[in-house]
Design a protein around this ligand. Structure first.
Ligand code: DLL
Length: 434
């Protein structure tokens, strides 16, 4: 197995890492208290002073930051760097309101690149790999982020961005792509387009690694992608506010390492806001320890996950965070029962007769919530004339009801009939909100 990109940091003893985190936190907070009017005010409001931060655990005394702080201060009122210190902007699409702008100093870009370089090496990539970057380039952070990370480890970058899928597949063959970075839903789409072109990604290409993220996907989906395309698929996580894609799984495939010299992660009970022990799922809160232009302290990202505090078999000492199972705000409440789209995906993907694509439609019938799950039948099951479609539908409904504790209508649809996505998939249509 390939060693770490920077062993001095990645294999640092835990106690040393904690000491380093405390030093970085203290420096950051003192700096922001002096130079960020926003953060100074927020600390005053909550009656905290930098002197109150005497150890790492004291981070809990600090006030939170929220997405709405970024929106309310659009475009750049939270920045603590001056215009001439900024070398890049990215802008998040802001599906639920005003967009948010992220500014980067040179050091911010460097730390972002380092974070990705470590992650890509940790899943076995390096010199000799050809990395096709099929995340969007531009205001979205996926394309440029992975681009610079892959260049840094000496891989050859093929910057295809999203779209023009047939050409992507031709290039994948001609230029001998070994690794691809894109959303899991785009890779599924690519696999289908390739088959239509008579190309099997498993047999006719050298693709062996997928760096997949930017949207939730389940462990069952990973298994399907790996088996179908003949690759190892790794989860990568980040948000534009953190810088972009930041944290990637290692070859162990047991959650992504959060580099402790760059970020401090807490998992809190969303109601009591008390920290949860290793393994328990809650709301992820991240503090960026070195970020300059747009500081983030105890930022309530809204994603749900758990920390795994055990030392990873890969030898890296930095904490791992398990696969994101959803967002605090994507939970659907169906007749009073909490339902996460990720539970639905997990359940569907464990039923061999159904395909990879599904859509959830929530509506209100009279006073009652109504949930319909449309799912494509697996191609093989569909072409097999003797398949009992009614039996499959009943099986899917039964499994979903058992997992979700709420009755769900299921509609089986033809393979290829549901929408496909080049960027992030949109699988939930909640008509109650329209
Ligand atoms: O999606 C950054 C990114 C680019 C990550 C490429 C990974 C790869 P935003 O557009 O700001 O940034 O969206 C961030 O997407 O809060 C999560 O809800 C979701 N998300 C991102 N990665 C994952 C993942 C980019 N691996 C929001 N699993 C986050 C689940 C993810 N959800």
């Amino acid at each position: 197995m390939m060693g770490p990109w920077d062993p001095r940091i990645e294999e640092m003893p835990r106690e040393d890492l904690k000491r380093l985190q405390y030093r970085l936190l203290k420096t950051r907070i003192s700096y922001l208290y002096s130079f960020s009017p926003f953060y100074h005010h927020r600390m005053e409001e909550t009656h905290v002073h930098p002197d109150d931060i005497k150890n790492l655990e004291d981070i809990r005394k600090l006030p939170f930051m929220y997405k709405r702080d970024l929106r309310d201060n659009y475009p750049d009122k939270l920045f603590v760097a001056t215009q001439d210190e900024l070398v890049r902007y990215h802008v998040s699409s802001g599906t639920t309101g005003k967009p948010t702008v992220v500014g980067y100093t040179e050091r911010d870009l460097e730390n972002w690149t380092i974070s990705l370089a470590r992650g890509l090496v940790s899943c076995g990539l390096g010199r000799g790999d050809v990395m096709q970057v099929s995340y969007g380039y531009g205001l979205f952070t996926g394309g440029l982020g992975l681009h610079y990370g892959a260049e840094r480890i000496g891989a050859t970058v093929l910057p295809t961005s999203v779209g023009n899928t047939e050409r992507q597949i031709e290039l994948m063959q001609d230029l001998k792509t070994t690794a691809i970075a894109c959303t899991p839903s785009y890779l599924l789409h690519m696999g289908e387009v390739a088959e239509k072109m008579g190309v099997s990604i498993k047999k006719d290409t050298l693709l062996r690694t997928g760096i997949l993220g930017a949207e939730p996907w389940s462990e069952q989906m990973r298994q399907r992608i790996q088996d179908w395309l003949g690759i190892r698929a790794y989860d990568i996580y980040g948000t534009s506010e953190l810088s972009g894609p930041m944290f990637c799984e290692c070859t162990e495939q047991k959650g992504f390492h959060v580099w402790g010299d760059l970020a401090y992660v807490e998992i809190l009970d969303p109601e009591t806001l008390e920290p949860l022990p290793s393994g328990e799922r809650g709301e992820m809160v991240i503090t960026m320890l070195q970020k300059e232009a747009l500081p983030l302290i105890r930022y309530r990202i809204g994603d749900i996950s758990a920390i795994d505090d055990s030392v990873c078999a890969c030898g890296r000492t930095h904490p791992r965070v398990q696969r994101i199972t959803g967002r605090v705000d994507d939970m659907l409440i169906i007749r009073g029962i909490n339902v996460f789209p990720s539970q639905i995906e997990y359940t569907l993907m464990s039923i061999p007769e159904v395909g990879q694509h599904f859509q959830i439609i929530v509506d209100r019938k009279g006073a009652l919530d109504d949930m319909l799950v449309q799912v494509e039948v697996n191609k093989d099951a569909f072409s097999d004339k003797i398949t009992d479609l009614m039996g499959i539908r009943k099986k899917v409904e039964h499994r979903l009801r058992n997992i979700l504790n709420v009755a769900v209508d299921v509609e089986l649809v033809e393979p290829g009939s549901l929408p496909r996505f080049e960027g992030k998939a949109k699988r939930v249509i909640d008509r109650r909100k329209i």
